[in-house]
Design a protein around this ligand. Structure first.
Ligand code: UD1
Ligand code: CA
Length: 446
């Protein structure tokens, strides 16, 4: 039986922020969300999150967990003391995670738990040898990874600081044994806090397990470490996609959130950013210079220097350069959306083109429609938005304005420069502009 406890009560003074540290965002998710997700397939019996500073805000972002309040934040040991009344009768192992250590792999935690259970340890903790161990607690061992002491950086002597083996803040405890010693903690240290790490002095045996990839246990205490964690995450995500058959051109200039799904044989060009619940199809080329957020892009699509948000683009379409799709746009197969076109809440059928300088909002277009350069849907009367619908094979001339609400039927032709305010039936030509007047022999008065 396993329970998980996440320490998330601290303010995170070094972030210099009113937002609780564990709510700072890392690649589209909060730190504490990521910590929780690192439990992966462990399916713990109970999931407890210790909250304190701005507890309400932390509670709002986490689902399906129990919250334990730590009214005053008197240290990591004090935080775990709060569990005692809630875990009475629990006889299993307790996995303790720091809410500010967001890059752990589920496999690492599974391995920690396995070692802990195999050796029937009182406690097992993750350690790493860091090139720069500044700020971390140092782990002192005797013999074969048996921990004798953990000393916080600020409490170390100069000689002790030479030990680069650090405490990751990730532990597995035999809960009854931990519960028995938690009340013994003192606050005899530089910060006068109750340190969880002091339990090592009372438990036996305590084993240290080195992580293979020390980047996993990076803790976030300040903005610089937050930025570093972002880089680590990006390298991990991008390496993963390259291994899976995605081409990234100049990967350092590309960002891909770990919520994004890509198909093999897609090509991501420089300066492109893929965010949120985005899916990119096979044979598709995105970029250079594009932002895709919460959107589904089909197979064999190209998107060049464009922004696509909350939208869907079907197979074989081309978008851009310099197009902006936002707010539930659906682009059908083999459509062309070109230069300086903005689409908002618009549906395009198949093989429909909007090639230049248009704004289409709240519009529904059929198949093989051709929108002439500079066509605008006037969808807003200053109070309400109104819909426009355009039938199959209809063509609008350059610089037409379609004043919504309006319906154009199928096979309609709209003359260039028209301002249409009334519906047009199938198979018609609509001209709505002043007739040209030419005054022969006219000269300006001198
Ligand atoms: C802690 C460890 C240190 C380790 C490091 C790894 C202790 C004493 N030290 O130090 O050995 O190298 O993590 O990242 O444990 N928290 C509470 N309540 C409190 C205090 C803290 O919930 O009263 C939470 C914080 O919100 C945070 C986590 O515990 O998520 C760690 O606290 P922090 O102050 O960052 O500990 P470190 O100094 O980093
Ligand atoms: Ca920390």
């Amino acid at each position: 039986m396993v329970a998980v406890a996440i320490l998330a009560a601290g303010r995170g003074t070094r972030m210099k922020s009113n937002l609780p540290k564990v709510l700072h965002q890392l690649g589209g998710k909060s730190l504490v969300q990521r910590t929780l997700e690192s439990c992966g397939d462990l399916t713990p019996e109970r999931r407890l999150v210790i909250v304190g500073y701005e507890a309400q805000r932390v509670k709002e972002v986490l689902k399906g967990v129990e919250f334990i309040h730590q009214k005053e934040q008197l240290g990591t040991g004090h935080a775990l003391q709060q569990l005692i009344p809630h875990l009475g009768g629990f006889t299993g192992d307790l996995l303790v995670l720091n809410g500010d250590v967001p890059l752990l792999r589920p496999s690492t935690l599974a391995q920690l738990l396995q070692t802990h259970q195999k050796h029937q340890n009182a406690a097992t903790l993750l350690t790493a040898n860091l090139p720069n161990p500044h700020g971390y607690g140092r782990v002192f061992c005797h013999g074969n990874n048996l921990v004798s002491q953990i000393i916080e950086h600020r409490d170390c002597t100069e000689t002790q600081k030479q030990n680069h083996r650090i405490n990751a803040g990730i532990y597995c405890f035999n809960w009854p044994k931990l519960a028995a010693v938690l009340p013994k903690l003192t606050a005899n240290n530089d910060q006068q806090e109750y340190y969880l790490t002091e339990v090592v002095d009372y438990l036996e045996p305590v084993m240290a397990v080195n992580v293979e990839d020390y980047l996993e246990i990076s803790g976030i205490n300040d903005r610089k470490q937050l930025a570093t964690a972002y880089d680590i995450l990006q390298v991990r995500v991008k390496d993963g996609w390259m291994k899976a058959g995605v081409t990234l051109i100049d990967p350092d200039s590309i960002t891909i959130e770990d919520t994004v799904q890509l198909q093999p044989n897609s090509i991501i060009e420089p300066g492109t950013h893929l965010r949120g619940n985005t899916v990119i199809g096979s044979g598709t080329r995105i970029g250079p210079g594009s932002l895709i957020e919460n959107s589904r892009i089909g197979d064999n699509v190209t998107v060049l220097y464009s922004v696509v948000r909350d939208s869907e683009v079907a197979e074989g379409a081309t978008i851009g350069p310099y197009a902006h799709l936002r707010g539930k746009v659906q682009v059908g197969e083999v459509c062309r959306v070109g230069n300086f076109v903005e689409l908002k809440n618009a549906t395009l059928g198949e093989e429909t083109n909007v090639a230049h300088l248009s704004y289409l909002g709240d519009a529904t277009l059929g198949d093989q429609v051709n929108i002439g350069a500079g066509t605008i849907t006037a969808n807003y009367d200053g109070v309400k938005k109104h819909p426009t619908s355009i039938g199959n094979r209809t063509k609008t001339g350059s610089n037409s304005v379609l004043v919504a609400p309006i319906e154009l039927g199928e096979d309609v032709t709209v003359a260039a420069g028209s301002v249409l305010t009334e519906n047009v039936q199938d198979d018609s030509l609509a001209i709505a502009r002043a007739r040209q007047v030419v005054k022969k022999g006219w000269k300006p008065k001198k």
